[in-house]
Write a protein that binds this ligand. Structure first.
Ligand code: G6P
Length: 489
């Protein structure tokens, strides 16, 4: 297609994710405050210039009235965002229920709800029905805005039903789906009552992507073992239709972090932090307060380290930033209480009148404060029990070119496959091992730190989020959709 001035117009990329990259808060009846969230996906796509990007997703607010829906749609249009309006009941059943109480824990190997998390057959069925309904609502919005030639990129476990809905509308639509979490072993996936429907729906996409080769392999074996389909080196084949399956490890916009360290504001923060913690080594954890992040296990390992190494007690501090998330889900509420209880106990045990060993914050930090914190850290602790990739580890490395601090990294984070040679890899369930690694990290020679940092810094600065997005979208563009295949035959 051509623009009126004769120049070819850019191909449009419709990015569909549960959450829009903009959070909306209502000021009054028809005006809104919009706050852009600089998550991984947003910065990844900012760097992709050959497409004209549109975002389709939930704005994170309940807008029951028409006036509100109209004014929010207009406000979001300026940010190239298109809202999907989900009512409270759908959010409760689809987002809190099926997505965050069933799929999220399952994909992170925490299993299906049991005991007090027990989902009865009725709730299972009604939550899955709400999940499909919500996915259909996303599909309706995509379909309304789709123009021939657009590429549609669906994201994450919230939208596994979307590829099928989209292809039912239009078999020619080019559809990609990317999973940001792990895809578990087929032995885990097969416990899910709706296992077949979800796999079949994802297979309707033209290209299916994961962070690591292992996740892609697990997905293919779920399709071969559960659906009885054929796995090929290219992907999964069903009656002559091939769905391409491949690994596309995400990265960060490393320059954004490196540049931030030069800002006067960040330098001031760094100076303040250095003064505040003078004479002590700084250890850092930055996580959403989620059970997959292994925060209690990490803090218990720090306690064990202090217990076994009395000389370190007034020479090290752990700063744990725990960003509240999914606070309506009871599991997350329980985790908050559990973490507070452990932190309180340890600070009571090892604190003095003037200092405590753990500073625990239940909130997020702004970008400049976060960069400063990364830069002054001696040892970062990323000890997720499972994690799709974990970009905190990448952000830390990007901010450490001066200090060359140590990264302790869970072997169950996707990042272990890329930063494994530079980090100290640990099994986060083994508290003795993590405690010993803390000791090793704190006393590591400058020469070894330099060597390890070099490896990680090279990786983080060369495997960026922009490159990730470009690779996925260009591969998606290169796939031949089913309908085209048929006409060629
Ligand atoms: C993970 C998921 C994302 C999600 C994010 C924040 O990284 O893969 O899809 O957006 O967590 O969680 P939330 O439930 O607040 O969107």
């Amino acid at each position: 297609s051509k623009k009126p001035d004769g120049r070819p117009s850019k191909q449009r990329l419709l990015v569909v994710a549960n959450r829009l990259p903009v959070a909306a808060t209502r000021k009054d009846e028809d005006s809104w405050t919009l706050e852009i969230s600089a998550g991984g996906l947003v910065s990844a796509l900012l760097g992709v210039n050959e497409f004209e990007t549109r975002w389709i997703g939930w704005a994170g607010v309940n807008v029951p009235d028409e006036v509100g829906q109209k004014s929010l749609t207009e406000a979001l249009a300026e940010k190239r965002c298109i809202p999907v309006f989900l009512d409270e009941e759908v959010v409760h059943q689809y987002y809190n229920g099926y997505c965050n109480n069933i799929l999220w824990p399952l994909f992170h190997y925490l299993g299906l709800p049991q005991e007090d998390r027990l989902a009865t057959t009725r709730t299972f069925q009604s939550q899955f029905a709400a999940y499909k309904k919500a996915n259909q609502m996303f599909a309706d919005v995509v379909n309304k805005h789709y123009k021939e030639g657009d590429v549609v990129w669906c994201h994450d476990y919230h939208l596994m039903f979307l590829p099928k809905c989209l292809k039912e509308y239009n078999i020619n639509m080019k559809v990609g789906w990317f999973l940001h979490t792990p895809f578990p072993s087929s032995e885990i996936h097969r416990t899910l009552p709706s296992r077949t429907e979800l796999l079949r729906s994802v297979l309707a996409a033209d290209l299916v992507g994961f962070h690591t080769y292992d996740y892609a392999r697990h997905f293919v074996s779920a399709c071969t073992r559960i659906l009885g389909l054929e796995g090929t080196p290219e992907g999964v084949e069903d009656q002559g239709k091939l769905t391409r399956v491949a690994a596309f490890p995400i990265g960060i916009d490393s320059n954004r972090f490196i540049r931030a360290l030069e800002l006067p504001e960040v330098k001031d923060h760094i100076r303040e932090l250095k003064e505040r913690f003078a004479g002590r080594k700084v250890m850092l954890g930055v996580d959403r307060l989620d059970m997959i992040k292994g925060i209690p296990q990490k803090i218990l390992a720090f306690e064990k380290f202090l217990e076994e190494n009395p000389v370190w007690r007034d020479k090290v501090v752990l700063l744990q930033i725990a960003v509240p998330t999914r606070t309506d889900v009871p599991e997350y509420q329980r985790l908050t209480c559990q973490v507070h209880e452990i932190v309180g106990r340890i600070n009571g045990r090892f604190g003095t009148l003037t200092a405590v060993p753990i500073h625990h914050l239940d909130r997020s930090l702004d970008f400049t404060a976060l960069c400063a914190l990364y830069a002054v850290t001696d040892v970062a602790l990323v000890t997720s029990l499972r994690d799709g990739m974990n970009l905190v580890s990448y952000e830390f490395v990007a901010c450490q070119d001066e200090k060359k601090g140590v990264l302790i990294l869970s072997e169950f984070a996707g990042a272990a496959q890329s930063l494994g040679a530079g980090a100290i890899l640990v099994n986060p369930w083994n508290i003795t091992e993590v405690a010993a690694s803390i000791g090793y990290a704190l006393t590591m020679s400058a020469c070894e730190r330099e060597k390890r940092h070099r490896h990680n810094f090279m990786h983080v600065t060369t495997h960026t989020s922009q490159e990730w997005a470009e690779t996925f979208v260009s591969e998606l563009n290169d796939t031949v959709v089913e309908a085209q295949l048929r006409t060629r035959q």
